[in-house]
Write a protein that binds this ligand. Structure first.
Ligand code: NDP
Ligand code: GDR
Length: 366
């Protein structure tokens, strides 16, 4: 009997949060996974190290290639060499606040990066055989025109990041319509996990609270605590990324939990998880009538974290994904916060131990 050959997936951004979960998911499904990583002066594969096997040993299914979304030649070379069946474009300068500081680079990687991959697919002649997933975002809705937001809700991007992602969204649709490429957008609302980047607000909170509890940090400084987000778990969301590429026809889908919480609520729930009381400081706290005398954990507003233009409220309606993909989020908001808090407590305990033994420990907090 002839052996079925494995499906081949190429993931850009494999070293990021979603890339790591997706790689694990696809490997478990029996895929041969290829990932694009950037050259960095320090190791940047922490999130996927547990998936990596020594290529000298038999049976490894994860291969990493050096490349960059701003470098067409590397993308063409990798795509020609790998000839994937599925391409997941997850790579991006993904931090909204940073995009105000690096708008041109963000446009280059997040907007033109998607175009470069689509063109590389055509150059390699795989535009009719390979499927393409674009990591689109709820940030496209920006100054929201409708609550909740669904696939038909008009966009109003509010940052260089969102504007760049809007180009990527439309070029994906344009290449689908122009060249018949199976290309689709997942319009994903915020999704988090214990391996979320440390400067996104959820991870910043869980990490800081754990460290404050163990005396490794004094205060947590935040920006807009009233921002409302629809937070899900990254592990649940990567399943949908895969599902979107398993359909007969390519379509775009909103992925969200349909529940909304403020940054302040996230802080409160995370603090409750580890049994610490918050002392809110600053004018914001006074305005809100918070009792600043109680609590040992200080949370204060630092205007440095305000954005030139803010997205105040996001709430998704994933009815289409539920009906057509049969997708439902598995993790509740409470479970997400609890898992993140638990993992960051573990990390802080490790740092506390390191400190107790007189070794240098990681003390950076943004
Ligand atoms: P991360 O920031 O965790 O990961 C981004 C990945 O992209 C990293 O692997 C990073 O590499 C890589 N990368 C950045 N710039 C380049 C470049 N120029 N060339 C090649 N690789 C690059 O993001 P997430 O995993 O959270 O998100 C995945 C995608 O989904 C992103 O496109 C993001 O914009 C989008 N998205 C995310 C949402 C979320 O809530 N998480 C919601 C909606 C959309 P390195 O490790 O070297 O930095
Ligand atoms: P977001 O995520 O901008 O929604 O983009 P982030 O966690 O950075 O911010 C969420 C909200 O929290 C407010 N906020 C702070 N944010 C950060 N990072 N740091 C702070 O100190 C802080 N204080 C308050 C923000 O102003 C904002 O309103 C994420 C990214 O993953 C994008 O790539 C993705 O497209 C969108 O989610 C959907």
């Amino acid at each position: 009997m002839q052996k079925m050959s494995k499906k081949i997936a190429l993931i850009t951004g494999i070293t990021g949060q979603d890339g790591a979960y997706l790689a694990e998911f696809l490997l478990a499904k029996g895929y041969q996974v290829h990932g694009i990583r950037r050259r960095a002066s320090l190791f940047n594969t922490d999130r996927i190290d547990h998936l990596y096997h020594d290529p000298h040993k038999k049976g490894y299914d994860l291969t990493l290639h050096y490349g960059d979304l701003t470098d067409s030649s590397s993308l063409i070379r990798i795509i020609q060499q790998v000839r994937p069946h599925e391409i997941y474009n997850l790579a991006a300068q993904s931090h909204v606040a940073v995009s105000f500081e690096e708008p041109e680079y963000t446009a280059n990687s997040d907007a033109l990066g998607a175009l470069r991959i689509l063109e590389a697919m055509r150059i390699a002649g795989i535009e009719r055989t390979a499927k393409f997933y674009q990591a689109s975002t709820s940030e496209l809705y920006g100054l929201v025109q409708e609550i909740p937001q669904k696939e038909s809700t008009p966009f109003y991007p509010r940052s260089p990041y969102a504007v760049a992602k809007m180009y990527a969204y439309w070029i994906t649709i344009n290449y689908r319509e122009s060249y018949g490429i199976y290309a689709c957008n997942g319009i994903l609302f915020n999704h988090e996990s214990p391996i979320r980047g440390e400067t996104f607000v959820t991870r910043k909170i869980t990490r800081a609270l754990a460290r404050i509890k163990l005396g490794l940090q004094e205060c947590l400084y935040l920006g807009n605590m009233n921002a409302l987000r629809d937070w899900g778990h990254a592990r649940d969301y990567v399943e949908m990324q895969w599902l979107m590429l398993q359909q007969d026809t390519p379509e775009d889908f909103v992925i969200a939990t349909g529940q909304q919480h403020s940054v302040r609520e996230f802080v409160e729930l995370a603090a409750k998880e580890i049994g610490i009381q918050i002392r809110w400081e600053g004018t914001d706290a006074e305005e809100k009538g918070y009792d600043s005398a109680s609590g040992k954990c200080i949370v204060a507003v630092d205007p440095r974290y305000f954005r030139p233009a803010e997205v105040e409220t996001l709430l998704g309606d994933a009815t289409k994904a539920k009906e057509k993909l049969g997708w439902v989020p598995k993790t509740t908001f409470q479970e997400l916060v609890a898992e993140m808090m638990r993992e960051d407590m573990r990390e802080a305990q490790r740092d506390e131990l390191v400190k107790q033994h007189g070794f240098k420990y990681f003390n950076y907090h943004e």
